[in-house]
Write a protein that binds this ligand. Sequence first.
Ligand SMILES: Cc1cc2nc3c(=O)[nH]c(=O)nc-3n(C[C@H](O)[C@H](O)[C@H](O)COP(=O)(O)OP(=O)(O)OC[C@H]3O[C@@H](n4cnc5c(N)ncnc54)[C@H](O)[C@@H]3O)c2cc1C
Length: 546
Amino acid sequence: MIKVNQLKLDVYYEDNDKFMDDLKDEVANKLKLNIDSFKIVEILRYSIDARKAHPLKAVYSLVLNLKDEKKMLKGLPKKLDISPFSYGDRYEDRLKELAKNRMSDDEDKNPNFSPIIVGLGPAGMFAALALVKAGIKPIIFERGQKVEDRRESVEKFFKDGVLNPDSNVQFGEGGAGTFSDGKLNTTVKDKYARQRFILETFVNAGAPKEILFNSRPHIGTDYLFEAVKGIRQILLDNGATIYYDSKVDKLILDENQILKGVSLSNGESYMTDSVILAIGHSSRDTVKSLFDQGVRMSPKPFAVGLRVEHKREDVNLMQYGEHSSSKLPTAFYKLTHKAANGRNVFSFCMCPGGYIVNASSEEGGVVVNGMSNYDRMADNSNSAIVVSVTADDYPSSHPLAGIDYQRDLEQKAYNLAKGLIPSERYIDFKNNNEPDKEGRISPVHKGETAFANLRECLPDYVTSAIIDGLEYWNKKMPGYADDDALLSGVETRTSSPVRIDRDDDFMSNVKGLYPTGEGAGYAGGIMSAAMDGLKVAEQIIATIKE
Ligand SMILES: Cc1cc2nc3c(=O)[nH]c(=O)nc-3n(C[C@H](O)[C@H](O)[C@H](O)COP(=O)(O)OP(=O)(O)OC[C@H]3O[C@@H](n4cnc5c(N)ncnc54)[C@H](O)[C@@H]3O)c2cc1C
């Protein structure tokens, strides 16, 4: 088989047969092949080239089967972007290999061995999936509700502001990313086809097939909800046990700081010598409790800021220019800039055609984030605009001081808008005015909103860097710093301000405790958290002696 890149076609097709015919024609023309001498095996990659002053095109990479590959390859012009292709080992093969090697060296296994997983977000969920595929049956504790009940709690919070501190946008089955745009990109290197396994798992659990080849795969909250239920069923069908509304609040340790089990906030305790800690970046009470038990942690840089909103059509125009049309997917952008004060300011977790959500998880604090449905067709497009902060900015050198830093900003935002989402127009933010009205852009929010001067809940070095960024990006995206662009805050959960230290075998200083995912400080986003969960599970599959 061969892989062919840079095949260009029209962006939009109503008729799939016409699409497949045109794709075959493009291959035949580009490779100067007879239309019957090859077969399209798979679309590997798809992206849109909407650069202004360039013809608008969809760009494909394909896997082809050539009738007489050796002979035909010889005849192909050298300048073509083609290469031999073979499907590498599938990730499942790696798990089988690891399990086989483990099984071979110790006959009298304890079939009831059950590692414990704390947290059913992407890291915990995929760690569990790898374990069950290797014949191990984990016990999973999730402090939040099953996703169906969780959604009701979240909708209730959005509607009347009643927060369930254990089941909300941050906590509950599926983890933080369940109410999100469900972007699945990552820059993490992937030697063992873990990404493909994760994407295929989402597709088998109900997500759209095109995430397998879209260069910017996203699922959207609507499909994520279904995919979480689908993955839950795979886990239960393969022997995992899941306890919801079950918060782990302490480790059971022996006198040598060796793990013996966990105890829950309801007083129950469970014995094991392996715990995968996949608690996410917002489980501050659990992090504090573990720190007090001697689990080693260190401060980690992250970023804080606000979320900006523009009309979806305006962003489409800014990005697509003359190509802008309803036939194109809602436009995306990724922006960075070095502010005059030396700080990095950048766009984060952009949600095309989405909502700003009240993503709070603590009474007395307000934090925002973004979500979209798969079609990305809400009236506005939004993105976090955040500024880099480090331990030097935190109130003290204590390893957990970054959490205090976050909490302080969130409480200020809460007090500023009396628990609602504080929001204002860019012009008022820039001029430090007391906001009193909205302009031509109305908030598209999940959760009530109130006008407030956001400068009162952010440090000046963050505020000035945000203004620097918007003014700079306005030069290349005219309208980005529109007076009526809406700002809402605060965006403080961009990643964890704390790292739970672990060694090369993924183990913390407490023997048997495996911190993983975003909460442990080793991932940022759904895909990288899921990949980190898989890595930790592989370690347990390969090395555990029951
Ligand atoms: C609104 C929003 C939108 C986002 N959008 C995107 C996006 O589009 N793309 C993207 O890549 N990333 C996105 N993210 C980030 C992404 O969700 C996280 O990076 C990812 O979910 C981290 O996975 P995780 O498994 O490490 O932790 P989490 O997903 O945070 O999961 C941790 C789980 O542990 C549970 N837990 C915590 N403490 C305990 C305890 N003591 N006992 C039992 N259970 C516990 C929690 O309830 C939670 O379910 C978004 C995040 C939010 C909040």
